[in-house]
Design a protein around this ligand. Sequence first.
Ligand SMILES: [Zn+2]
Ligand SMILES: [Zn+2]
Length: 320
Amino acid sequence: MQFDAELLLLAMAPVFLACIGWEAWHLRRTRPGAQLYSWRDTLCNAALALMQQAADKLAWLAIIPVYAFFYDRYRVYTWQASWMSFVVLFVAQDLLYYGFHRSSHRVRWLWAAHVVHHSSERMNFSTAFRQSLMYPIAGMWLFWIPLAVFGFPPKQIVAIVLINLGFQFFVHTQAIGKFGGKLGWLEYVFNTPSIHRVHHARNDRYIDRNYAGVLVIWDRLFGSYVEEDPHDAPVYGIVEPLHTYNPLKATFHEWASMAADFVSVRGWRNKLRALFAPPAWAAAYHARRAAGASADAAASSGDRRIEENHTAAFQTPRRP
Ligand SMILES: [Zn+2]
Ligand SMILES: [Zn+2]
């Protein structure tokens, strides 16, 4: 790739803003009273985007030499710049993104960063801007190291990560229904607004599904796909709602909660659970603590909740 993906995304900024403007106008006409946009929510999303962009700029300075280290010392192949190598890089990174995203919903340490993207109770184009400056600390960049070993230069890795995230802007909307008719095939190949609405929902049958970045084939292959049901509208947001538009609280609340749980539970097994168990462990732990249970009893109830969730994840979703 002989172009600068950061410049490409910068050039896309007016398109992103135009989409937000069109969607806000369109939804006010077609769904008056639904209030799918709020100024406070959108401003919070914009602040989170700017914070994340600034942190990312700094983080790449530290991360690119790490990719260069793996590329120089351990690469197993050297790709010549071509459309073929672009397609291979794109598909490989999208598969790794699936792994990163699924892990982010199953490991609390990664969820602590990713939760920011999910904590709004609205779903519109501006939700795509809702990102965490803590991704580099959580270790998102670790997931792309295999690309360096696979023989892709660091700058191409950064570019493809940005392109993947840029595409995902377009799936954050309620203004576009499920594709049908001649465009119905899109729902089988690509992540679409319908597929990604499901991902942002906390309904029992939707939660922790549809992890696709650009291609939905990974969800279909690995059993995490579920279809949007017109009789079960997505309820957006997280299991333990945030109740704030403060971007700093949105960024750090889960880290603070994780640290508090780490301190309050006893024994290293439980302390490791507080950091690395699925987020469902924390929700169950907090519920039992609020009901007056001791830290030890609450920690073990979190374990049972994980087992239930694990079983449910491999069952066909319930019909409403
Ligand atoms: Zn997610
Ligand atoms: Zn999203």
